[in-house]
Design a protein around this ligand. Structure first.
Ligand code: ARG
Ligand code: GLU
Length: 659
């Protein structure tokens, strides 16, 4: 039965041979290495991960707790994305030294800029401790002992497969990380939010940092006496480029996926949660965009907020589209039915689907309310600081801020399930007579600061409701529709699934631990008859260049380089024309957190820096569709060209090992 089903599904979906789903644990990469080598990887499992010798893992870091970075020189030089270094770049930018606008290049080590609260972590080692825990060893004791193994070490125990396996991760953290260089935003953020999640893409999304250490090469707090860190391993760089079909591997820290959730949860996401959140954000973005279009001061004021609201908004739309197009809910349902039939004769699992469904229906409204409250009431400001009030544009913001209060109050009122309402809101509306009147009351008080009693009361009530929801779900880590009970049930379900579907290549969901994804450079069919080739070039940037449009106004220096065709060794002939490759697409399974990850070729050389997916790819957080899921990377030759020709910082390239 099962086999027939699998064959049928394979035919139905007609998976291409390069179905490269998976985010694999580095210490277990031996299980995949044969497949990787078949697809073009020419190194060994020990080259990827080893605790006895330097390996590629020693060249990869968790950057700033949510991105990835890679070492590219013997002197601790590190590459990541511009959008990952954005906070650091912004913090050093002033009106006189506007590094966001003009870029920045340290000419000497002394000019490299230290950053408070910026750290990177290397994975020292990882260990399956499932059996040690089962034998009664104490978690805290294991962690404590691991932390004592070295200076700057910290450790964590992470669940894999909903706790079917537990791994210890030991990290070495460096806190002295300095900004070395960044292109101007017109390169690093080229295309802005317009091009975000989009292919064809032309963003030079990179920035350069350096790790500093004590004289004995150990982690140390910032000190002018610190010296560049000497890594155990750094990545050599290939300037030979990539071609469609070439092997690529991504080594990084993917944050959060849910590949094994029930169809119930997928339909919740695609039919209830995402559509509601998208609709709420559409209105919110409209309000901000109108303000931005009407007033240059407001354009700047709402820029960062608009960008961050729009990022997930676009991602969710792609996710819904992908899931709908692929009919993921119904194919998962069939899969579950097949499992359920098998489970009938396996008592351990015979009620698991019903138990999961029961728990889902118990928690769904509560979780939905939580999401709605986050998107509405909890996203409003409950005070305006003195600094804000002193800004020139403050008074210009009044109508927009008021409109946001009206809009988000109404959205909350319309969408939040009855059993999970915010008490003070209900009272306030009762007293004022309508949501609009209540919105005016709260907003007027906040704006004039005459008395903020009503907003304080509302905020406290919002927090109380959110707290009560978390309590009812029994778990604090609520990144997804989940509860303590669900997690326990999934432990059993996944165990059963792996027993039943023994031909499937299971990999643990992303949880911000180090993973390997591999695949190849591939375009895809974007629409009927419309194939997207997997590489863009400088010619595309020139075609988009527009001095009138903020997102597409490139630096004059880049126009000049293009006019002179002065590309040096970074140039390449594409369709017979001398140009510089800018971005490429690949089939690597990635997610948020993989930003800044090295894209590595079959020889173990760096060929690009990962920074995005195409928007319809974002369904890969739930189901990887090999026909459309693609990650987007910036080609290392464009990175080097910008460092060299725009930054005039070729001394940085001299540190690197180019091949
Ligand atoms: N979409 C990418 C990510 O999820 C890039 C976001 C930053 N870029 C932007 N234009 N907002 O992080
Ligand atoms: N830009 C995302 C990040 O910051 C990566 C894109 C994705 O979600 O794959 O991690």
């Amino acid at each position: 039965m099962k086999r027939i089903f699998v064959t049928l599904m394979t035919l139905l979906l007609s998976l291409p041979v390069w179905a490269d789903e998976g985010m694999w644990l580095p210490s277990l990469i031996g299980e995949r290495i044969g497949d990787m080598q078949k697809k073009g990887f020419r190194l060994t499992a020990d080259d990827i991960y080893s605790i006895n010798q330097a390996s590629m893992k020693d060249a990869v870091v968790l950057f700033d707790g949510g991105c990835t970075g890679e070492l590219v020189s013997a002197e601790g030089l590190l590459l990541t994305n511009h959008h990952c270094g954005y906070g650091a770049i912004q913090s050093h930018s002033t009106v006189e030294h506007d590094y966001l606008t003009h870029g920045f290049w340290a000419r000497t080590h002394a000019e490299e800029l230290p950053n408070k609260d910026l750290s990177v972590c290397f994975l020292v080692r990882m260990e399956d401790i499932t059996e040690r825990l089962a034998a009664g060893e104490d978690r805290e004791e294991i962690i404590r002992a691991a932390c004592e193994e070295g200076v700057g070490y910290h450790a964590a125990i992470e669940q894999m497969y909903y706790g079917n396996q537990q791994f210890l991760f030991v990290y070495e953290q460096f806190d002295d990380v300095r900004l070395v260089g960044t292109p101007p935003s017109s390169i690093g953020k080229f295309g802005g939010d317009t091009d975000n999640w989009i292919w064809p893409r032309h963003t030079g999304d990179f920035s350069v940092f350096r790790i500093y250490a004590s004289k004995d090469n150990k982690p140390a707090a910032y000190s002018p006496d610190n010296v560049p860190y000497r890594p155990k391993r750094f990545l050599p760089i290939s300037t030979r480029g990539v071609r469609e079909g070439d092997f690529t591997m991504i080594y990084g820290f993917p944050g959060n996926t849910q590949e094994y959730i029930l169809s119930d949860a997928i339909s919740y996401i695609a039919e209830r949660s995402d559509p509601a959140k998208i609709a709420i954000r559409t209105g919110r973005l409209d309000i901000m965009a109108r303000a931005q279009a009407s007033d240059p001061a407001l354009r700047i004021h709402y820029a960062a907020k608009h960008a961050s609201v729009a990022n997930a908004w676009k991602k969710w739309q792609g996710e819904v589209l992908g899931i709908t197009r692929r009919k993921t809910v119904s194919s998962k349902r069939i899969y579950e039915q097949q499992f359920g039939a098998w489970a009938q004769s396996h008592p351990e699992y015979s009620t698991i689907l019903a138990d999961l469904r029961g728990e889902y229906s118990r928690i769904m409204d509560a979780y939905f309310a939580r999401e709605i409250i986050f998107e509405t009431l909890a996203s409003l400001p409950y005070s305006y600081s003195e600094e804000e009030r002193a800004e020139d544009c403050f008074s210009h913001r009044e109508p927009t801020e008021r409109e946001l209060f009206h809009y988000l109050f109404a959205e909350y009122d319309k969408r939040c399930p009855q059993d999970y309402r915010v008490e003070a809101f209900t009272e306030g509306v009762g007293e004022c007579g309508s949501t609009d009147a209540y919105a005016d009351k709260v907003f007027d008080e906040l704006w004039t600061r005459s008395d903020t009693l009503s907003s304080r009361k509302l905020l406290a009530s919002v927090k109380e409701r959110l707290g009560a929801i978390v309590d009812s779900l029994g778990t604090k880590s609520l990144r997804n529709l989940n509860s303590k009970r669900l997690n326990e049930l999934y432990t059993i379900y996944i165990k059963g699934l792996r027993e039943w579907d023994d031909a499937r290549a299971f990999y643990p969901d992303a949880n911000l631990t180090l993973r390997v994804a591999y695949g190849s450079i591939r375009g895809y069919e974007y629409a009927d008859g419309e194939y997207h080739i997997p590489q863009t070039t400088l010619e595309g940037i020139m075609a988009k260049d527009n001095q009138e449009v903020y997102d597409y106004n490139i630096p004059q220096a880049l126009r000049d380089v293009h006019a002179r065709k002065d590309y040096g060794r970074w140039g390449s002939r594409v369709n017979g024309k001398l140009t510089v490759p800018v971005c490429f697409l690949a089939t690597n399974h990635t997610t948020g957190g993989n930003s800044g990850s090295p894209v590595i070729n079959g020889n173990g050389e760096l060929v690009g820096i990962n920074f995005d997916r195409t928007w319809r790819s974002t369904m890969s957080d739930i189901e990887f569709d090999p026909s459309i899921c693609r990650n987007i990377a910036v080609d290392i030759r464009y990175v080097l060209m910008v460092i060299d020709r725009i930054g005039n910082a070729s001394y940085l390239i001299d540190e690197m090992e180019l091949r």
